[in-house]
Design a binder for this molecule. Structure first.
Ligand code: FE
Ligand code: ZN
Length: 506
């Protein structure tokens, strides 16, 4: 037996495969050069194949060599390592995307708009609250005002003011008609009350103490019910990314390119390659590019100081995403759209090449959609800034906790007039109207995930190294981590593209 043959046999066995007698015979007949190539391709193909291949026989090896020959003749000297060798699993399934929320996002632009906007918010969220079984005895603030003192009452209102004073907490709430003040005085109720956000809709379980003052026994969030998630019937996955920041000097192009090579089946062990071949959707939840003039002196930190060129560069990289993968892009606060929510999709005028790519869809931020029957709610997550800095117990290193709070509020940006601008509109489109199966946000640049009731929460990290600003505020970003959600099982696999073997160690 020649040295090459022995060496290649060893490689087959080390990769976990057996060789049939005719397979061995076939290998013995190959010259050293093609032997190595055939074994490489065979191991790779077997690794990512849908069928469980354990034995490599003559027929299999022959088909591998034929494919390799066809490829070299059709592609010439093109970089063949970037091309997937076999048909990926996800290529056998058509994309099933339905956008559940794509009404117009026009602003009404006047004060009436805001009155209507808050009415719409109150109506939608109190409707969600009233569906809970513990809400049968809810009354309006008006009827509470007419009740005798010491009556028990459950009321729903928008929080217009929040005043902590020593160990107590006052909340002013109002509904369509009336207003009342709520006092929380026992420790547990105060603690709960402190995480209530101004302008959010909440239910108070209380006792009437004075004509216009209630003592809170408990606060009830609209929340989401415990329910099993919908599942895809097809074995497909979604890669949930955000904050790529193309154009920034801190953009880690190397890691992002590695991610795309992985999508193409080019890197990773057999399990990771198989996972790549099941990815049908690539979501980018805002901040695809770093933008221009987003913060003072940003120019010093830009590699590409033109927003169109930043999108062009992004298009150039995303063009390498395999054809069967659908790309879904939402805007973030660094993208070339208005800042106030809801943000319209990134327009063709800034991102022509991306718009020309038929696989790419530009959606509104926030957006509710279904991927293979699984309901996904995606939002860039700008309002996390306020929540993580203001709510006791929250911090920027754990954005997932802020996401859970938003889901319990059933709103992606509860507080009006803070650093997250909201566009005046007749309808509040920022209400999370139905409980999603997957809830994704980016923006903070810190990776995290959690199951909350039946929902998978994903906070996507970034593809940008720590910026001087983040350094000043002590924020350590999670760079180059891709969470991959299996839409059939709701399992999440986190791949770390900084690590040689893609394994994330936390
Ligand atoms: Fe960002
Ligand atoms: Zn952002």
């Amino acid at each position: 037996m020649s040295e090459e043959l022995r060496e290649n046999l060893r490689r087959v066995i080390e990769a976990g495969y057996q060789l049939s007698a005719d397979g061995f015979e076939y290998m013995s007949g190959l010259d050293a050069g093609s032997l190595r190539k055939v074994v490489d391709d065979a191991i790779h193909t077997a690794n990512i194949s849908r069928a469980e291949i354990t034995i490599l026989d003559q027929q299999f090896l022959e088909s591998i060599q034929e494919k390799a020959q066809q490829k070299t003749t059709t592609e010439g000297i093109q970089a063949s390592t970037m091309k997937p060798c076999v048909r990926p699993i996800a290529a056998d399934y058509d994309a099933q995307i339905s956008i559940l929320d794509d009404h117009p996002y026009e602003s009404s632009g006047d004060l009436d708009g805001f009155i209507e906007y808050f009415r719409s918010r109150f109506k939608k969220i109190s409707g969600i609250l009233r569906k809970r079984i513990d809400m049968r005895d809810v009354v309006t603030i008006g009827s509470t005002l007419k009740m005798p003192l010491k009556s028990k009452a459950k009321v729903i209102g928008i929080v217009t003011r929040k005043r902590p004073s020593s160990s107590r907490l006052f909340l002013d709430i109002e509904d369509d008609e009336d207003a009342i003040t709520v006092l929380a005085s026992d420790q547990e109720t105060v603690r709960k009350g402190l995480s209530i956000l101004v302008d959010q809709v909440i239910c108070v379980d209380a006792v009437k103490y004075k004509q216009d003052l209630l003592i809170a026994n408990d606060f009830i969030w609209p929340d989401i019910p415990m329910q099993p998630p919908r599942r895809s019937e097809e074995p497909v996955c979604a890669a949930l990314l955000a904050d790529v920041h193309v154009g920034s000097v801190h953009f880690r192009e190397d890691l992002f390119t590695r991610f795309i090579s992985w999508l193409r089946g080019g890197i990773g062990n057999s399990r990771h390659r198989k996972l790549a071949s099941r990815v049908k959707y690539l979501v980018i939840a805002g901040d695809l590019v770093d933008g221009i003039g987003i913060y003072p002196n940003q120019l010093d930190e830009l590699e590409i100081p033109s927003i169109r060129e930043q999108y062009e560069e992004a298009a150039r990289m995303l063009a390498e995403v395999p054809d069967h993968v659908e790309i879904i892009i939402l805007p973030g606060n660094h993208d070339a759209v208005r800042n106030s929510l809801p943000q319209p999709p990134i327009g063709r005028e800034y991102a022509e090449n991306l718009h020309d790519d038929a696989r790419t869809r530009f959606l509104v931020n926030p957006c509710r959609l279904q991927l293979n029957g699984v309901e996904v709610y995606i939002s860039h997550g700008k309002a996390l800034d306020e929540i993580l800095s203001q709510v006791p117990g929250m911090d920027f290193q754990h954005p997932i906790r802020g996401m859970e709070l938003l889901l319990r509020c059933r709103h992606v940006a509860p507080t009006y007039g803070s650093s997250t601008p909201i566009a005046p509109a007749r309808e509040d489109r920022l209400v999370i109207e139905s409980p999603p199966d997957i809830f994704q946000m980016g923006h903070i640049h810190v990776h995290g995930r959690k199951k909350y009731k039946g929902t998978t929460l994903i906070s996507s990290g970034s593809w940008q190294e720590q910026t001087p600003f983040q350094k000043r505020v002590n924020l350590v970003p999670s760079v180059g981590i891709a969470p991959i959600v299996d839409l059939q099982t709701h399992r999440v696999e986190e791949l770390d593209f900084k690590s040689e073997d893609l394994v994330l160690s936390l």
